[in-house]
Design a protein around this ligand. Sequence first.
Ligand SMILES: Cc1cc2nc3c(=O)[nH]c(=O)nc-3n(C[C@H](O)[C@H](O)[C@H](O)COP(=O)(O)O)c2cc1C
Length: 461
Amino acid sequence: MKIIVLNGSPKGDISVTMQYINYIQKKFKQHELKIINISQRINQIEKDKEAFESIISDVKSGDGVIWAFPLYVFTVHSNYQRFIELIFERDVEDAFQGKYTSVLATSIHFFDHTAINYINSICNDLNMNYVDYFSLHMYDLEKEDIRKNLLKFVQNYFDAIENEVITLKNYSPVKYSTISYIPEFTHDKIDVLNKKIVIVADSLENINLKNMIDKFRSSFSQSIELVNLQDINTKGSCVGCLKCGYNYECVYTNKDDFINFYNSKLKTADIIVFAGTIKYRHLSSIWKRFFDRGFFNTHTPSLSGKQIGFIISGPLNQMPNSRQILESYTQWQGSNLVGFITDEYDTSIEIDKQLHAFAYNLIKLSTVNYSKPTTFLGVAGMKIFRDEIWGKIRFPFIADHKAYKALNVYDFPQKNYKSRIINSILILMSKFPPIRKEIYSNKMKSSMIEPLKKIVEDETV
Ligand SMILES: Cc1cc2nc3c(=O)[nH]c(=O)nc-3n(C[C@H](O)[C@H](O)[C@H](O)COP(=O)(O)O)c2cc1C
């Protein structure tokens, strides 16, 4: 069989992900795995019609497609996403229809599930037969048990093609028809006080988005800055070189205007509103390029303490995966997510009201310097980074290591001597059946609330 491997790494052949594909090829010599470097060659693929058509013709004639990609900032690389946009924009979905497909992802397991969900939903939109995914930590190839499982996964994929098995569909088509949003209702203007607000948008071509942004800006007594990402001289997306690991210096430093924009406009803002249009299951590849290029800050939060909100045109409510990516991004950044405003309402007045409440909340929460605690998304994500930066990837991410020390991210090993002593005593005591019975049957609930009750009862706290 001939399988087309769509390589999502901007590093092309010198890619961690491709080592897994090379390993699979070594073990399944009877099949041909044709690797096509998508992310690395996106400029050529987009500009040169023949280059694009040759990929599509490979997909058409192939027996299957493997989406093989590294994780880049919560999902796939922006160039990979651009390729997906091109499939739909150029109406070549037919080439993918009915093809058996699987996902092979490499990462450090930080939001690998959101990238996989995204590609799974794209595969379902393309009416492909989605078999399964295999998500690897980047160095898993060194582990024998994982290698064995990888081969089982691949065998299962080839079997699915040969036996034309029925595959499960995880995502239903998106149904979206929006109203034309025309602002109708005028509220009293809100004073921005001394807060610096910046709106960043990927495009103003979508009239609903443009009108929502205009309405939001006009909610305030003062003028609000709007930056269109397309107006910023950006030479390209992240190339994955890791030069930033040493001291946050990017391969593009002094070569384009992105870093200056990020540092001068965003890091100095109190409130940032991200505005964009949903394009095929996520914000656009232009937005994704913003997130990828933001990686010059590596794993160090760079927008801490800010209020962040999203104005989105498109069916976000049908895309909990995208919402989770954006929410997780704000939590990892240490900023406070104020909310999402979309155009998924029946009337313009409802959107007017939402935008006004949103503007009011942004100022109010910024004024009191509010930040809600992180959920599992932020807590768990940070623990993955903590362990990785402490361990295997401290080099090359030296700047992160310094920052994590300063930010007290290294909250381990836990030297909580008081808990350790109390635990040892309780463990010892629970070895005696009558005491154990007393603790587990009568004391458990009341002792759990004891430290909290003390605070509730303390008049000075
Ligand atoms: C800019 C950048 C962003 C990354 N973002 C993530 C991420 O969000 N989650 C994750 O688990 N790993 C992330 N990684 C790690 C890569 O996914 C991992 O190293 C992968 O194996 C690289 O594969 P490649 O060499 O094929 O590009 C990122 C790496 C880079 C350079």
